[in-house]
Structure formats: structure tokens, C-alpha cells
Design a protein around this ligand. Structure first.
Ligand code: ADP
Length: 273
């Protein structure tokens, strides 16, 4: 099958205002060029603060890049669109809606008939293990549970492109493993294009068929790696371990480089395991 380009990031640069010197700007992303093909599962990894979330938000249309363009299906991204669904770290749930109603929201937007909405929303709530909590409001749930509601809503919305920003980071190890496995099942069934930001090298290798490593100061693509291992993947596999070493070594170099610069970034929150 011919590879169809789904997302094309072209010469993207992003500047942010300096936090203290309002006249100065910091270059956060430099010359980002990335082609993501239909049905690919791409993980973005890199040191904390290298611009992973910024890049994801630019693809989602929530941030307009200072320079460059993003194309989805050859059309320029000018803002958020129903072709792209986002699952954020910060949940973005509506506090006045119950769990069920939050998950139904994506279905409402997609104009799914009312009679089918509840049933479909419940399937995704069940998938993330929250069936007993469908009548709860976000304020009555723990952080990890809210995160699971956000994931259920993102999946129910059923976009062609799913953009996920550390969606599993607040979850306990067991729930995280279950959802990683389920996400792969959904991806295999639906052939969605997924762009997934994570700070866990293991998570990236477990999920992605391409890992894109970003360096920092400014954020740029330093390496792209194909992961050709068959699914489901075992963390103990020797090829898995080789990739882990390779990615980790690249990230460590980036962290060392960035800690030598004036604009020092946090390097202590990177997972090796
Ligand atoms: P990552 O996701 O890799 O941790 P981010 O994209 O969140 O990185 O942030 C990249 C850099 O841009 C960081 O130094 C962060 O402090 C800065 N930054 C992020 N958002 C803003 C903003 N809205 N205004 C100014 N600086 C920002």
C-alpha cells in the first residue's frame, strides 16, 4: 500500500516571550520538518522543556507557529478541526457535566444520534474502567480518573488523527499498561494516525512505529527511529533493549548539551526504566 502523507510539518519555528524580559523572545522550536503517514503511530520524546507539547499544540491548531506551516491531508492548519482530536495532560473536562456527559460530548459534536450516544459513551467509559463512576462530576474524581475520562472522550470523538500529550502520565502503572494495550488495539482496528508525546522512553518503544527524538534549546528533530518490532511488544526483548539504550543515550546527550547552556532546563525528570 502506498504511504499517504497525513500530517506534514514544514519549517516550523516557534518563539515565546521571555518570562522576565518582556522585550526578549526565546526560540523554542527551530526548523521542524516532519512527515507523518496515514495510520502511523508516532511518539515524540525529548528532554523536558524541549518543545514536545508546543509542537503537538501547533499540529492541533491551538498554537499558530511563528514561522512555517502544518498541513493535514494537504490542507493548511489554521486552527483546531474535527479531523484532529486532542487528549491533554490537563484533562480539559467540563466540570458541570458528569463523566457520561463529558464522554458524550465528542459524540454530540460528531452528530451521533442521541439514542446511540449513551451506549457508545458507556463502551469507552467501560474501556477505561470507570463504569461505576459515570454519574460523578470531574471534581469528585482523582487526577488519574479524570485523565481516564479525558482519554475515553478523546477516543469516543473518533477523529482520524489523535494527538495525545502524556495521556497516561498521571496513572498508576497497572492502569497505564491496560490503557497502552487498549490504545494499540484501537489503533490496529481503526488505523488512526496517532501522535503521542511521552517522557517515557519505554512507553514510546512499546507503542510507536516511529520515535522522533527532539533536542532542546531550541527544540529540533535530532533523530527518527523506526520501531519494527511486532505487537504486542515485550520490554525484555533484546531489540527493545537496544532501542532503549540508543534513545536514552541520544536524550542524555541532549540534556547534557542543554544543561551547559545559560537557559538551563530541568533534566532530572526523565525516565530511564
Ligand atoms: P515539553 O513538552 O517538551 O516539556 P513545552 O512545549 O511544554 O516542552 O515547552 C517548551 C518551552 O517553552 C519551555 O521552556 C516552556 O517553559 C516554554 N513555554 C511553553 N509554553 C509557553 C508559553 N505559553 N509562553 C512562554 N513560554 C512557554
Amino acid at each position: 500500500m502506498e504511504n499517504l502523507e497525513k500530517i506534514s510539518v514544514r519549517n516550523v519555528e516557534q518563539f515565546y516571550q521571555h518570562p522576565t524580559d518582556k522585550k526578549a523572545y526565546i526560540k523554542v522550536l527551530e526548523n521542524i520538518n516532519l512527515d507523518i503517514y496515514e495510520g502511523q503511530f508516532v511518539c515524540l520524546v525529548g528532554p523536558s522543556g524541549c518543545g514536545k507539547s508546543t509542537l503537538l499544540n501547533i499540529i492541533g491548531g491551538l498554537i499558530k507557529p511563528t514561522k512555517g506551516d502544518v498541513l493535514v491531508d494537504s490542507s493548511k492548519v489554521n486552527g483546531p478541526g474535527s479531523d484532529r482530536g486532542m487528549v491533554f495532560q490537563g484533562y480539559a473536562l467540563l466540570p458541570w457535566r458528569t463523566v457520561l456527559k463529558n464522554v458524550e460530548l465528542g459524540l454530540e459534536i460528531n452528530k451521533v444520534p442521541k439514542k446511540d450516544r449513551k451506549r457508545m459513551a458507556r463502551e469507552f467509559i467501560d474501556l477505561v474502567g470507570l463504569s461505576k463512576y459515570e454519574k460523578y462530576y470531574p471534581g469528585q474524581l482523582s487526577g488519574g480518573m479524570r485523565q481516564r475520562v479525558a482519554i475515553a472522550r478523546g477516543l469516543a470523538y473518533n477523529p482520524k488523527v489523535l494527538l495525545m500529550d502524556e495521556p497516561f502520565s498521571a496513572l498508576d502503572a497497572q492502569t497505564r499498561e491496560i490503557l497502552q494495550y487498549e490504545l494499540l488495539n484501537i489503533w490496529e482496528k481503526t488505523k488512526k494516525t496517532i501522535v503521542f508525546v511521552t517522557h517515557s522512553v519505554d512507553e514510546a518503544i512499546y507503542l510507536a512505529n516511529e520515535v522522533v527524538i527532539l533536542g532542546s534549546n531550541p527544540g529540533r528533530v535530532v533523530k527518527k527511529l523506526n520501531v519494527d518490532l511486532s505487537y504486542p511488544r515485550s520490554h525484555d526483548n533484546s531489540e527493545f533493549q537496544k532501542l532503549r539504550k540508543e534513545i536514552w543515550s541520544e536524550i542524555s546527550q541532549q540534556v547534557n548539551k542543554s544543561s551547559n547552556t545559560e537557559d538551563r532546563k530541568r533534566s532530572d525528570d526523565y525516565e530511564i526504566a
